[in-house]
Ligand binder design. Structure first.
Ligand SMILES: Cc1ncc(COP(=O)(O)O)c(C=O)c1O
Length: 392
């Protein structure tokens, strides 16, 4: 749909945009502009003259448009793990009489680690209840304070029904947090309609803003002014340049800001968001399903050793397809060796991100042909493909 707007290395078929999106071609000139014309020439004046200070909100509105958030309800900054902490601490404070955080075993470990760290420091007898993803709804009850889920499972690609689960959770008075790391730019999301209190996510996967690009947090506008941020940094203060000795939260979503925003990374995000201008998420979703169905069909035909881990029903799948194979790690290394980049999650999961902005049918056919060759000629058995790299 927009392939020409990405820099994709010669000879590479990139099936890992669910982990780190490729570089938007415009990122080079856009980042250079920030380096040379802004930081280089303006120096500290850039905060005013290049409007660096308002970017956490102005760029966030463009991210918010992709996940159905009203203007002024999203802010950018920090990493997703930090945003989990902010959302969860605020959500727990909204239900002081309840002690259970409900999540599922498909959640990303960092979200659970942050929850564990937070409840340890709160010392208020909170506990985390982890259930199987298919059992979430039947565990929604009046003792649950917060439901914290990642909509699309990073390992399997299984997708929760965000609207339905949020609705049921609210019937039990539960505050809801959605991690949209694998949803934003991948599947249509309508945060406003869901009425969920919080959403968080990152911009380096399907939003293609580069390694270490800032995370986002959405807070439902009618509750944001009741939140007392746990990370009460100076840029979330109502008047940071008064340098008051006491914290007073800024109005609205600005209070979820913490400290100095990553301006160089914002330049890459600006470049990547310009690719999204005029793209409909409905169309992206339709193409993602078409390409994923083709991928599954071809892999099952040509590589019968692989077992589909993702849901077969496309409506229950995000924009990634996962297969299991005992020697999946070696297969992924062999694929990467031939320019087909996917990734691996222990113990045996091979993940393939299907991002229609820069992939088409030719890529899918070519990737699966290489996969078949690797299996038929047992290329994956070569010693060089058995060595584990630090990042899989
Ligand atoms: C669902 C989910 N949540 C949280 C994280 C952690 O994000 P970060 O490393 O940006 O803090 C990730 C990282 O991939 C993720 O996939």
């Amino acid at each position: 749909m927009r392939k020409e707007q990405f820099h994709l290395p010669e000879g590479v078929i990139y099936l890992d945009g669910n982990s780190l999106g490729p570089m938007p071609a415009r990122a080079v000139t856009r980042m250079n502009q920030t380096l040379q014309e802004e930081w280089g020439e303006m120096l500290i004046r850039g905060w005013n003259e290049a409007e660096w200070m308002s970017q956490p909100v102005s760029l966030a509105d463009r991210v918010g448009a992709l996940i159905g958030c009203p203007l002024g309800s999203v802010v950018l900054g920090d990493t997703l793990s930090v945003k989990v902490f902010q959302a969860l601490s605020a959500a727990l404070a909204m239900r002081p009489d309840r002690k259970v955080i409900l999540s599922d075993t498909g959640n990303f470990p960092s979200d659970l680690y942050i929850a564990q760290g937070l409840i340890g420091s709160l010392e208020q007898d909170h506990r985390i209840k982890l259930v199987d993803p298919s059992d979430v709804e039947q565990n929604l009850s009046k003792d649950v304070a917060v439901l914290m889920l990642t909509q699309v499972d990073y390992r399997t690609g299984r997708m929760h029904d965000l609207q339905k689960i949020t609705h049921t959770a609210h019937q039990h008075g539960i505050v809801v947090i959605w991690d949209l790391a694998h949803s934003a730019g991948a599947v249509p999301v309508d945060m406003s309609r869901s009425r969920a209190e919080f959403a968080i996510g990152c911009t380096y996967k399907y939003l293609n803003a580069g390694p270490g690009s800032p995370a986002f947090i959405y807070v439902r506008p009618d509750i944001v002014d009741q939140i007392i941020p746990a990370l009460s940094g100076w840029l979330g203060h109502k008047a940071p340049f008064d340098f008051d000795l006491d914290y007073q939260p800024a109005p609205g979503i600005q209070r979820m800001r913490v400290g100095t925003p990553p301006i160089l990374q914002f330049a890459a995000l600006d470049a990547s968001l310009s690719i999204w201008d005029g793209v409909s998420m409905k169309e992206v979703r339709e193409r993602s399903i078409e390409l994923s169905e083709l991928f599954i069909c071809e892999v099952e035909k040509r590589c019968p050793e692989f077992e589909l881990l993702s849901p077969r029903d496309p409506q229950q799948r995000g924009s990634q397809v996962s297969f299991v194979f005992e020697h999946g790690y070696s297969v992924i290394r062999a694929l990467i060796g031939q320019g087909v980049i996917g990734d691996f999650r222990a113990p045996n999961v091979m993940r393939f991100g299907i991002a229609p902005l820069y992939l088409d049918e030719n890529d899918i056919h070519a990737a699966v042909e290489i996969m078949q060759d690797i299996m038929q000629r047992e290329i994956w058995k070569r010693p060089e493909f058995q060595i584990r790299a630090a990042v899989t």
